[in-house]
Design a protein around this ligand. Structure first.
Ligand code: SF4
Length: 308
């Protein structure tokens, strides 16, 4: 069995190519079936995000989704047993559409054990706990949520469209509904000026929301984005490599979790780490201390091997 569904091909930069264009998915969904129920992102304003530049947000009709699912029903099951709903914030779909899609998946793809998608603070808070619970009962098992930072000032600067209080409410609703919450944070997004504050406030927000999964990525100014324009103009200064690791150290050392699978193994990071917190916290912090103290770039991922 291949580790990629036969309907997918993966580009060198990690994008997965499917009929109708390319889509992005979390690294952990690499062997999931990608079902594109919407195109682009309804927010599409985050200052660092180039994923859907020039792509207008649209929701696929139910007939289109049915046709895709019928096609997938003729193919072998995805190795992971999972479906990932694309694109950027599939949870923004109206409740009745999500219910219909999840019922369709359940009926036509009986091998599916879990459905996941990206969701953001706005899309979760449009749904009540009761509605989210219905989605979970129909198979929606995990939401990947780009929180990026716990620092209100940075949240506003990157036009995240959410506040700390809203992120905390989002986490509470997902927990009450029984949907796993996978949080993404973005090293470097506060720039040099906001680096320490970003790290400390992100640690305190993670403590407040106590998610079961956290992935740390590293910001990269991408041409065409407002962040890239600010970086080029010298208005945003990216922290140096070891300063980015210092942010990660602060987050790991200060955040308190009940039980969290924490990883920094995304392609954008200079140092891949993975562990279960709190058990692995001392070892992960010690590993960071060792690399930061050494200050040796040979211990870091070479620039040419990094990706978005
Ligand atoms: S919500 Fe996500 S996909 Fe949409 S613009 Fe922001 S980072 Fe990009």
């Amino acid at each position: 069995m291949t580790d990629v569904h036969p309907f997918m091909t993966t580009a060198e930069d990690g994008r997965t190519l499917i009929p109708g264009g390319s889509v992005y998915r979390p690294p952990s969904e690499h062997s999931s079936l990608l079902l594109q129920v919407s195109v682009g992102c309804s927010h599409n304003r985050c200052s660092y995000c180039a994923m859907y530049l020039g792509k207008s947000f649209a929701i696929r009709s139910h007939a289109e989704v049915e046709a895709l699912v019928e096609h997938y029903a003729k193919l072998p099951p995805a190795p992971s047993g999972r479906v990932f709903l694309c694109d950027g914030d599939a949870l923004i779909l109206p409740q009745r559409r999500l219910v219909a899609i999840l019922k369709l998946i359940g009926a036509r793809l009986p091998w599916v054990t879990r459905v996941c998608c990206y969701g953001d603070t706005r899309s979760v808070l449009r749904k009540s706990v009761a509605e989210l619970t219905v989605l979970r009962e129909l198979g929606l098992g995990m939401i990947y949520h780009g929180v990026e930072t716990g620092d209100e000032q940075s949240m506003a600067a990157i036009v995240k469209g959410a506040t700390r209080a809203e992120v905390i409410e989002t986490a509470a609703r997902l927990r009450q509904a029984g949907i796993a919450h996978s949080v993404i944070v973005l090293l470097g997004i506060g720039g040099v000026a906001g680096s320490a504050r970003h790290a400390q406030e992100t640690a305190s927000l993670l403590t407040a929301i106590d998610p079961p999964f956290v992935g740390a990525l590293t910001v990269t100014p991408v041409p065409g984005t407002p962040l890239h324009a600010a970086w080029t103009a010298g208005e945003f200064v990216l922290p140096a490599k070891f300063a980015l690791l210092a942010e990660l150290r602060t987050i790991l050392a200060e955040a308190r979790f009940s039980h969290c699978r924490f990883s920094s193994n995304h392609a954008s990071n200079y140092l891949p780490l993975r562990g279960v917190l709190p058990a692995d916290q001392p070892a992960m912090v010690a590993a960071l201390d060792h690399v930061i103290a050494a200050g040796d770039e040979r211990l870091l991922k070479p620039e040419r091997l990094r990706g978005l």
